[in-house]
Design a protein around this ligand. Structure first.
Ligand code: AGP
Length: 611
């Protein structure tokens, strides 16, 4: 996720505040950075690809004085990571920085170029600068020009703007997507995309609401609505220490990342759904009807949590797209001499893009002539570079070793690919496509609602955190979710936990069941629900304790389980993501109750770059 910092005042050099703020936002991950500072009557821009140290080098060679400025770290969505695509972006006398995704950027670009604007980058952000500059050129104040420009945007944006025509002000705007924080100090004002960026300078902050615009000057901060009417926003006094501030006030990065999942899913869907055309634009990744029909098989290859995302994806690809799909652990796939050819596709799925076994599996597929389409969360990673195509998840950096938002965005990405293949193959009616797309567009809000079970799950965790063994059971698409739940628990709480297909109970695991073995059963509604009820009864009959995850309205389950966690139903496929939330939260609360290192569990690394 991108980072924004802004400063107007005389207490500090703008460059110092901007670089300091961007350093505090580095944990969010980025692939380029830049600053814009008003020097005299001109705004000077300095940008660099890669880490802040590169930008600091540019500024050492060409330092900037001045006391009004904007800074940005960019996590590329539109346009590759490069100096040309780095923020800030300029149009005429206007310079802006922006977080979010503009969905109508294609139409805006055509309109602006037709009006004679020369668009220099591949980004949607630059188009906003051009829209604002058109207003400023007509003599409008910067705040007015920003309000009118934002009225043209469809999508999510959090932005900061400055102009040579209005040297004493910064303007901020927010609509969906990232937060925008404005802070006021003695004869100075600050702007940040997160509290840590400006916390060293002020504790009096306002978090803008959607639809708010803020005018920042040495005199302080004014907030107005889209029509320019003053809005009363009470400043909050931030008590955090800087370390907890980087975790956004959460106790752990893993907790923060669990609660970031609605945003991560929104950003991963991004502008890829074209509802009007009942189609998807997977960043230019194309399949012809012939290619899709000729696919003999798709091999999903990954490790750990990512392999469970693949297992969920298998159900989607086979049942929606009608293409044979295999899931292999990458560490096995790379050595088992898989039967592959040019009519096969190998899909490595990896958050880090550097997992050695997954890279080995990619190379095995490449050696046998298969098309390589990877799902990856890290641009410019080795797996991304060696793939024919990459569908990026936009989860933002995942700091916690235990994968959470990366998992759900991988499942979303695989759902997009399954849908795209089905559409290309003509397997879905217009109504079915519409139904699938509207389910997907509802997902972020339903994940947001599901996160409200947090306290309920914490209560259940208190009753079971001393157990030394757990079993997780699921059927169908919920079987991989059971596997993921077991992995989450074992890797952060160090409790022995196993995930199993519920239908396997009689073939061995039932021997383990007694009053000391809590069993988590993912018993959401579906064709296999009755069978899951019977599995649940088998556990209870042997004094096992059942923690059931069920869909709202399923009263029967409450009679059969010791504990019930209700979630909403979002159809056969995407309910798997809603069911993941409780198992993530359960693992998190059990681990915190056991006092383990949630973010850096013993023996584990975030990316396993060795075999
Ligand atoms: C998941 O919580 C673990 N951190 C681990 O299983 C991880 O999913 C696995 O190492 C794969 O990593 P990748 O997605 O970066 O390839």
């Amino acid at each position: 996720m991108c980072g924004i910092v802004g400063y107007v005042g005389r207490e500090h050099r703008a460059m110092d505040v901007l670089l300091d703020g961007l350093r505090r936002l580095e944990y969010r991950g980025y692939d380029s950075a830049g600053v814009a500072i008003l020097e005299g009557e001109k705004i000077e821009v300095r940008r660099a690809k890669g880490k802040l140290i590169n930008l600091e080098g540019v500024l050492r060679d060409k330092p900037l004085q001045g006391s009004v400025g904007l800074g940005h770290t960019r996590w590329a969505t539109h346009g590759k990571p490069s100096e040309r695509n780095a923020h800030p972006h300029r149009a005429g006398s206007v310079v802006i920085v922006h977080n979010g995704i503009i969905e109508n950027y294609r139409e805006l670009r055509e309109e602006l170029e037709a009006a004679g604007c020369v668009v220099a980058s591949d980004t949607d952000t630059e188009l906003i600068a051009h829209l604002i500059n058109l207003g400023v050129r007509e003599g409008k104040e910067l705040l007015t020009a920003v309000r009118e420009a934002c009225a043209r945007l469809i999508g999510s944006f959090a932005l900061g703007a400055m102009s040579e025509t209005d040297p004493n002000h910064l303007v901020a705007a927010k609509h969906g997507g990232s937060p925008i924080i404005v802070g006021q100090g003695e004869k100075q004002a600050f702007l940040g995309s997160d509290i840590p960026a400006i916390l060293p300078y002020t504790r009096e902050m306002i978090s803008l609401y959607d639809g708010d615009f803020a005018l920042l000057s040495e005199e302080g901060v004014q907030v107005v609505d889209a029509e320019g009417r003053p809005v009363d926003r009470e400043p909050m006094t931030i008590q955090w220490d800087p370390v907890s501030a980087e975790r956004g006030g959460y106790d752990h990065f893993m907790q923060k990342e669990i609660f970031e999942q609605p945003r991560a899913i929104t950003d991963t869907i991004g502008t890829r759904v074209i509802e009007s055309a009942l189609d998807l634009d997977l960043d230019g990744i194309e399949f012809t009807r012939e290619q899709a029909d000729a696919l003999r098989s798709i091999s999903l290859v990954a490790c750990g949590t990512s392999s469970y995302a693949c297992m969920v994806g298998k159900y989607m690809i086979e049942q929606i797209a009608g293409i044979r799909c295999e899931v292999d652990l990458a560490s096995e796939f790379r050595y088992r001499q898989p039967i592959l050819g040019p009519d096969c596709m190998v899909m490595p799925v990896s958050q880090s893009g550097e997992t050695a076994d997954t890279l080995g599996a990619l190379r095995e597929g490449r050696a046998k002539g298969a098309r390589i389409l990877s799902v990856c969360n890290s641009r410019e990673s080795t797996i991304a570079r060696e793939s024919d195509d990459v569908l990026y998840t936009h989860a933002g950096p995942e700091i916690g070793v235990a994968s959470t938002k990366a998992f759900v965005t991988q499942v979303v990405a695989l759902y997009l690919i399954a849908l795209k293949l089905a559409i290309v193959r003509g397997r879905l009616s217009k109504d079915e496509i519409q139904a699938r797309l509207s389910e997907l567009m509802r997902l972020p809000r339903l994940v947001e609602e599901t996160l409200q079970i947090d306290q309920h799950v914490q209560k259940i965790a208190r009753r079971y955190f001393k157990a030394e063994d757990f079993l997780f059971l699921g059927r169908g698409i919920m079987y991989p979710v059971a596997m993921e739940g077991a992995l989450k628990l074992k890797e952060i709480s160090y409790i022995h936990a196993e995930g199993y297909a519920a239908g396997e109970m009689k073939h061995g695991p039932i021997a383990l069941i007694d009053e000391n073995m809590p069993v988590v059963v993912i018993a959401t509604q579906g064709a296999l629900h009755e069978k899951l009820i019977s599995n649940l009864q088998q556990v209870r009959a042997r004094d096992g304790h059942v923690i059931a995850i069920a869909t709202e309205g399923d009263e029967k389950i409450a009679e059969e389980a010791n504990e019930v966690i209700y979630i909403k139903d979002l159809g056969d496929f995407l309910t798997s993501i809603l069911a993941t939330i409780p198992v993530q939260l359960f693992a998190y609360h059990v681990a915190t109750l056991r006092g383990t290192d949630v973010d850096q569990p013993r023996n584990l690394a975030k990316s396993v770059t060795v075999e």
